[in-house]
Design a protein. Structure first.
Lengths: 314, 472
């Protein structure tokens, strides 16, 4: 397939995934900040929402204070934030239009309808909490529908694999970013900086990767920070864990390698990351420092993005 | 202005045979049902994303072309006559182009004046002596046809460069079949859906000799911001070929390749929807980012076929148009089946004098304009506009031609106040491959939705209709 087509499919999937992630982040932050201050301590949750979205620096160039109004505005609707939800949907639609021939009609319909709704219903942003909740649900449903249509209607060929790679690479990046911002509340109990009130922080993390229920199913335990870290990093049964994302990335890259009869640096690099995740346990990770581990992962992951681009997309 | 020819009603109250079944159906169908399906059609168009961009319109960069659900119907006999005339016309266009870029017999015979060719910006000296496979220059032609009476088909304009609109012909039919299955059951409508297949085989048939047995065809688009982008992606999809932009192609050793995820892949035929000027920055406009550097040298080396060929603008130029009846006679030795609109060439002093005296009754067009821009419709223009145009004409008479205002035929059309006659034209698409010329029965009917308006261009508020050729 055309390199440009592959590139568009890959980015289309990334934008949709990112939009959903932002919606989840806002949703989770709204829940935490709705609690009385005594339950969440002194941290500014809106500030950490910006950090997990990776847009804190550009935000503070435009705004003074990270409060609900400003952050929701910036993450959801701001035309000046290149990864605002609105811009993600706009970019997804533009990418879709460029590769219409590679999309199934269901996928196109999902993106195009979302774009139409964005303009018809959400062009002025949201004014009430209720509105905002509706908007966030709309974004998440768009992503679910897009994912579902891709899964149910696309041929299992390189177009599908490039699209899935976009999903998993973006997802891994998002999960890693939450961990990066929140790692301090995930330290083992003895090193703990906070207190038992961190419970709400923990559930908020799980909520933002839609894993609160999954946690209970997997561990049958009350919330424990190191188990949360284990779930998000190493447990490959959780679709948003780093291990699961890399299992999928390696599989997709292998499928492409087989179809093209050739492997390359992308396959090797992805396998390297997956192997490291497979052979780690939480003890080692805590020994070496969660923060360092995550930072390294984020840079490895973005390096994979560059390698894929070089090998296939240009 | 004469009374327009009504394609449905015969003066005196009778119906033309092709419309009898439709009229019966309309009588049985309550207006609300029609309105409901009209809205449904609009929703479908928007959802599928059948939009076009209007240049210079910042309000909404993507618009729908209004679709009228009342089909335009033509009998099989009428179509047979039209089809014959179209094939004749396109054969003549191809022979004319072959001649202009080779022996130039027609200039020596003084049928067409030299300067109209050589002074013309759409004449491409790069094409002199260049061989194109099977001498086909115009693989895809869109010939704009109007009617003023029951007998004649008149060519309003030949489009021999990158004619658009065929996706509407196909999508209009799709949507009509979805919305009005009952109406189709009562008619025998000739299908149009084989157009993509015909187009692909025509394109494959003109592959260069150096191509492999299974030539690779690609559609070259200027990109998503082009007004006809939807059509480009639609056709690429239906043809099962890659939709490429200039940056996807690269020329190496005079061969054209596309950049794919598996490396470079040779392309043999490019169905290009990019104008000559933008094709190759090394040959034409150096500022073009839409084109492919080196494409013209691959073309000269005979390693790539461009459809349509470079330089076809010289055949559909409005200045050449008025010579078309003579061109048909010259190459084919036949009387033209399709008529021309009588045309005054403002470059000729006698014609100019007449035009200046009768501006308020004439349509004056720029020789190089298209899309209905920059024209004067005398009867509809204010005095001031006419005077402004008079100055333009005097300054640069060779830039204009003039024609009488035609009473374009009308078809029944949905309007705010019920069904009413509106003016229409028709663009059938003529495909020429190595062996044959084919035309899918039908075409794009454009309709001027405003009462009395004669401008059918989508950029000027025109709409479209499904065009039915009855298979009797």
């Amino acid at each position: 397939m055309l390199s440009r087509t592959a590139e568009n499919l890959y980015w289309l999937a990334r934008y949709v995934e990112r939009a959903e992630y932002l919606a989840r982040t806002i949703d989770a932050t709204l829940r935490v900040t709705a609690l009385p201050a005594a339950y969440i301590g002194k941290t500014n949750e809106w500030d950490s929402a910006l950090l997990t979205a990776g847009v804190a620096a550009s935000f503070y160039q435009a705004y003074e204070e990270a409060n609900e109004h400003n952050v929701v505005e910036y993450l959801s609707f701001s035309p000046n934030n290149p990864s605002s939800i609105r811009n993600c949907i706009e970019a997804a639609r533009l990418n879709s239009r460029s590769v219409r021939t590679a999309l199934t009609s269901e996928m196109w319909d999902t993106i195009n309808s979302a774009w139409i709704e964005l303009q018809a219903v959400w062009s002025k942003g949201t004014s009430t909490r209720e509105d905002l909740a509706k908007f966030l649900r709309f974004v998440q449903e768009t992503s679910l529908r897009f994912d579902g249509s891709a899964y149910r209607t696309m041929l299992r060929n390189d177009a599908y694999w490039f699209s899935r790679m976009g999903v998993h690479l973006e997802r891994a990046d998002n999960t890693a970013r939450i961990l990066d911002v929140k790692y301090h509340v995930l330290l083992p109990e003895e090193e703990h900086v906070g207190g038992p009130l961190d419970f709400y922080q923990w559930s908020s993390i799980l909520r933002s990767v839609s894993a609160l229920t999954a946690y209970h199913w997997v561990y049958r335990e009350t919330l424990k920070p190191w188990l949360i870290a284990d779930l998000l990093i190493l447990n490959d049964t959780l679709p948003r864990s780093l291990a699961s994302c890399y299992g999928n990335l390696v599989r997709n890259l292998d499928q492409i390698g087989v179809a093209y009869g050739r492997q390359g640096p992308a396959q090797r690099h992805a396998r390297g990351i997956r192997n490291r995740l497979e052979h780690s346990n939480m003890n080692d990770i805590f020994q070496h420092g969660v923060h360092e581990f995550i930072q390294e992962f984020i840079s490895d992951n973005s390096r994979l993005g560059e390698i894929i681009t070089k090998q296939y997309l240009i | 202005m004469a009374v327009a020819f009504d394609e449905m009603n015969i003066p005196g109250g009778d119906l033309r045979p092709a419309y009898q079944e439709l009229a019966r159906w309309l009588k049985e169908t309550p207006p609300e049902a029609l309105e409901y399906r009209r809205q449904e059609a609009e929703l479908l168009f928007r959802r599928i994303g059948i939009t076009f961009a209007v240049y210079g319109d910042s309000e909404s960069t993507e618009r729908l072309i209004p679709f009228d659900v009342i089909p335009r119907i033509m009998s099989g006999n009428e179509w047979a006559r039209l089809e014959k005339g179209l094939k004749q016309r396109v054969r003549a266009l191809n022979m004319f182009l072959r001649d202009i870029y080779h022996g130039r017999d027609i200039l020596r015979a003084e049928i067409v004046p030299d300067d109209l060719i050589f002074q013309n910006p759409v004449f491409r000296p790069e094409m002199n002596g260049q061989q194109v496979p099977h001498d086909v220059y115009v693989h895809i032609a869109g010939i704009d046809i109007v009617r003023v009476d029951a007998e004649d088909f008149i060519v309003l304009e030949d489009n021999a460069r990158t004619p658009s609109g065929v996706s509407y012909m196909l999508e209009n039919r799709e949507i009509m079949m979805r919305l009005f299955p009952d109406l189709f059951a009562r008619h025998k409508v000739a299908p149009v859906e084989r157009y993509p297949d015909e187009l692909l085989s025509a394109l494959r048939s003109v592959a260069p000799q150096s191509a492999s047995g299974e030539p690779t065809v690609a559609l070259l688009t200027p990109g998503v911001y082009n007004s006809a982008y939807y059509e480009h992606s639609f056709l690429a999809d239906k043809l099962g070929i890659e939709l490429v932009e200039g940056r996807d192609l690269v020329v190496k050793n005079n061969e054209v390749f596309m950049r794919t995820t598996e490396g470079l892949k040779r392309v043999d035929v490019i169905y290009r929807r990019v104008d000559d000027d933008f094709l190759d920055p090394l040959t034409f406009r150096p500022d073009s980012v839409l084109g492919v550097p080196g494409l013209m040298s691959a073309y000269a080396a005979g390693n790539i076929t461009l459809a349509n060929a470079v330089g076809t603008g010289i055949a559909d130029d409005k200045a050449i148009y008025s010579y078309m009846p003579d061109i048909v006679k010259f190459y084919l030795g036949e009387e033209p089946i399709l008529k021309n609109v009588p045309t005054w060439r403002c470059r000729e002093p006698k014609d100019l004098a007449y035009v200046l005296d009768n501006l308020s009754e004439l349509v004056v067009k720029e020789v190089h304009g298209s899309g209905g821009y920059g024209m004067l419709i005398g009867p509809a223009a204010t005095k001031a506009t006419i005077e402004a145009f008079r100055d333009k004409l005097k300054r640069e008479p060779e830039g204009f031609i003039a024609q009488p205002t035609l009473a374009l035929s009308t078809c029944p059309t949905c309007t705010a106040s019920g069904l009413a006659p509106r003016h229409v034209d028709l663009r059938p698409f003529v495909l020429t491959g190595s062996k044959s010329t084919t035309i899918v029965p039908g075409g794009l009917t454009r309709v001027a939705l405003k009462e009395g308006s004669l401008v059918v261009n989508s950029s000027q508020g025109g709409g479209t209709k499904d065009t039915w050729i009855l298979d009797e």
